[in-house]
Design a protein around this ligand. Structure first.
Ligand code: AMP
Length: 341
């Protein structure tokens, strides 16, 4: 009972976007007060949902930051839109506790550092090419800070690569070739493994798996002819998937490895949700081409729990609720500082 009072007094907050509905719905299920920092013209949309208690509407991102910092007894749950909206500089000025490890933001915003964390963990990653001249296979070219895969392109050889990069330079999408990531394109099917690391229970949980539904790479296969169109990778939605069980030990092994390396290189390490964005090849290898160190939008599929969350929790447990549960367990043990930074 005592802790129930504590929870009701405590606020879980999120910026209104991405997975905020899931986060706040989950927080309410765990008896927290909920708050949303929301762009003024989206407020009426979020007011449709009764599980949101406090609304802090903003007109610009400085105002959004001030709202966040004005919250008392609150924990902010970061998601994919936090840095996209506020930008890194404002995000650094957040003075209230953030669920998870804020030191990871810097790593996450730098594709090269991110890949190095995977490599140092001993996780299989696609080959990266530092120089155009070294490219000897099909590659995918990624733009810096690209949101949802926009602007990516495939190149089958050096001349296609050079042509694509020249176009990017012409369009001023990049200032120099050093800004792009040139990565081996792994043939296989995508699977995005969603995990949760609990510092309180000292365990990694698989919370779900999804596939991103991407234009036009997914749309092209609907045509009866093969077209000479380069596929695009703009994420428009997510599709649920379960993996054959024999893939899971490898996925868990990779998750454990990333948790351990992060503890060492980016203290206090991984806290809460993260995702391993992978391609599964024909010989059933998992190749991880990216990771996210926070809740991913693909978890929105499982607002009532996933086939995997049921293995741990005999109740509907979405990632939003799992975050609130972790905060709850931490508060009960007087260890809130171990799950926030
Ligand atoms: P990303 O922004 O790195 O998550 O990539 C966007 C999309 O591009 C992914 O969802 C995949 O469909 C595709 N993709 C990215 N990297 C690779 C890769 N190395 N091999 C195959 N597909 C990839």
């Amino acid at each position: 009972m005592h802790f129930l009072f504590l929870r009701i007094a405590m606020i879980i907050a999120a910026i209104g976007s991405h997975s905020s509905l899931q986060i706040l719905k989950g927080a309410k299920r765990e008896n927290f007060t909920t708050a949303i920092i929301v762009e003024r013209n989206r407020e009426s949309f979020y007011r449709r949902f009764s599980f949101i208690d406090k609304f802090l509407p903003y007109g610009n991102y400085d105002e959004a930051l001030n709202h966040v910092n004005s919250l008392k007894d609150a924990v902010l749950v970061p998601h994919g839109s936090l840095i996209e909206y506020l930008g890194m500089e404002r995000t650094k000025k957040i003075s209230i506790p953030i669920f998870g490890n804020r030191n990871l933001f810097e790593w996450e915003s730098n594709q090269k550092k991110k890949m190095s964390l995977l490599e140092k963990s001993g996780i299989k990653v696609p080959q990266s090419f530092e120089s155009v001249e070294d490219v000897d296979r099909l590659v995918i070219v990624k733009l810096p800070g690209a949101k949802g895969g926009k602007g990516y392109f495939l190149a089958r050889n050096k001349s296609e690569l050079k042509e694509g990069i020249s176009k990017l330079l012409e369009k001023k999408a990049i200032k120099s070739v050093d800004e792009v990531i040139i990565q081996e394109y792994v043939i296989g099917i995508p699977m995005y493994f969603q995990f949760f690391y609990s510092p309180i229970l000292h365990r990694v949980e698989l919370t779900g798996i999804d596939i991103r539904y991407e234009t036009n790479v997914d749309g092209l296969r609907r045509l009866p002819w093969s077209m000479d169109i380069s596929p695009t990778f703009v994420v428009a939605g997510n599709i649920p998937v379960v993996a054959r069980e024999s893939l899971l030990p490898k996925a868990y092994d990779y998750a454990d490895k990333l948790v351990n390396t992060t503890k060492e290189l980016v203290p206090p390490g991984m806290i809460g949700p993260f995702s391993l964005e992978s391609v599964v090849t024909d010989d059933l290898e998992i190749v991880v081409f990216e990771f996210s160190g926070r809740i991913v939008a693909g978890t929105n599929l499982y607002i009532n729990g996933s086939p995997y969350s049921w293995l741990y929790w005999d109740e509907p447990m979405c990632v939003g609720r799992r975050i609130a549960r972790e905060i709850n367990m931490a508060m009960e043990r007087n260890r809130l500082s171990e799950v926030t930074t």
